[in-house]
Ligand binder design. Structure first.
Ligand SMILES: [Mn+2]
Length: 405
């Protein structure tokens, strides 16, 4: 049985205040196409379907339409989804019973006194025959985990980890024997045996800190996790994975490939064979850093964007030692000349950001300081340099005008 694993769609998330409807559609189209062309049996969405607990109408429509396409257009036998920390579990599983009739199983909540067996669902192939089980554990919050009378120690992080592992173990214990099974979770997971540079890269940490994925996934054929945005195996087990996010979530991820996972479950319940399938990006992202001149040179060397294609997005981080009026406009115009859009300009001035000009003990009387000296001190603090003669002359002219001399 072939499983398609994806997560962290974050539908409706803006990127530097810009909507990415077309980017989302472009990625979701590819997921539907892979599910159809590769004859996928079941699709797993491991949390953070939406970016906020209260998604807009357009995002909800995109979500339901994608579910419908996976079932009707791609022909999959099961779609399984859980809530992540960005989702409202209550809202996500609102239509749960209705969608269950339509081959879609949603789990948004697992209350602390809820039956763990309610989180275990059958996974059916394209002709509707059950071939596996799935343990669907949404992102769990403190109130879902701790029970009255619990004595799990005084350290909060350790107490929550123990309670999470207990809950995961209860769900795992509710999986019937006899068929392969999937573990589906949304958490910052570790393998437990790794440390230092081998630990999973921490991209986003939930309230619960770290969790031992084995507590849920031990003995499963495939563990489909969400929450970390970089695609990766967990604890070097190729069949325990984060699929990674649908779209880049920051310019620091420019150039990072986005992907989905295809996992072929063997009938004997052993570990799945895994294939990572890249998603073609809708647009290019680039971050350019350096002095004003260096960044402008790099911008003019960017590949020219096709006039009828998606506009690639640029972030410019400029290191300045002098004020440069109109710089953001200059950078935006240069980007536009190559067909790019500069969606974010960040200025790094060389001086101390919020340091004190004077030591606290030696604050002078304001009336006793010459305005020209105050201007020079501010310049030193902001840019770690002296004002140029031209700038000093401009300031002197301005001061004379203000003072009416
Ligand atoms: Mn998350």
């Amino acid at each position: 049985m072939l499983i398609l694993h994806t997560s962290d769609w974050h539908l409706g998330a803006t990127f530097h205040d810009r909507a990415r409807d077309q980017d989302e559609d472009h990625a979701l189209d590819q997921i539907v196409a892979v599910a159809r062309d590769r004859r996928v049996d079941a699709v797993v969405i491991a949390g953070d379907v939406f970016d906020t607990a209260n998604p807009g109408a357009a995002e909800q429509r995109r979500w339901y339409r994608t579910l419908q396409r996976l079932v009707e257009e791609a022909g999959v036998g099961s779609v399984l989804a859980i809530a992540g920390n960005h989702d409202s579990g209550l809202r996500l599983e609102g239509p749960r019973e209705l969608l269950s009739v339509l081959k879609v199983e949603l789990r948004g909540l697992l209350p602390r006194d809820g039956d763990p067996a309610a989180s275990v669902v059958p996974v059916r192939d394209r002709v509707g025959i059950q071939r596996a089980w799935a343990a669907l554990v949404p992102y769990l919050r403190e109130g879902d985990l701790l029970r009255p009378g619990d004595d799990l120690g005084t350290d909060r992080a350790q107490r929550l980890a123990l309670a999470l592992h207990r809950r995961w173990g209860e769900v795992r214990g509710a999986v019937p024997a006899g068929l392969p099974w999937l573990a589906v979770g949304h958490a910052f997971a570790t393998g437990g045996s790794l440390g230092g540079s081998e630990a999973p890269v921490l991209v986003e940490v939930g309230n619960l800190g770290q969790a031992e994925v084995a507590a849920l996934a031990d003995g499963c054929s495939y563990a489909a996790f969400g929450h970390l945005h970089r695609p990766q195996a967990i604890a070097r087990r190729e069949h325990w994975r984060y699929s990674g996010a649908l779209l880049p979530t920051g310019f620091d991820e420019a150039g990072q490939e986005r992907s989905i996972v295809l996992a072929e479950l063997p009938n004997d319940g052993g570990p799945a064979a895994v294939e990572v399938v890249p998603l073609r990006p809708y647009r290019d992202y680039r971050r350019l850093t350096g002095s004003r001149d260096a960044v402008l040179t790099q911008i003019l060397a960017l590949p020219a964007a096709a006039a009828d294609g998606p506009v690639p997005w640029l972030q410019a981080i400029l290191h300045l030692d002098q004020p440069v009026p109109g710089l953001a406009r200059t950078v935006a115009d240069a980007a536009a000349s190559r067909g790019w859009s500069c969606v974010a300009t960040q200025l790094h001035r060389g001086g101390a950001a919020a340091g004190q000009v004077y030591p606290a003990a030696a604050l002078p009387e304001l009336g006793g300081i010459d305005p020209t000296e105050v201007f020079a001190m501010l310049h030193r603090q902001t840019y770690a340099s002296e004002p140029t003669p031209e700038l000093a002359a401009d300031f002197a002219h301005l001061l004379a005008t203000v003072q009416g001399r």
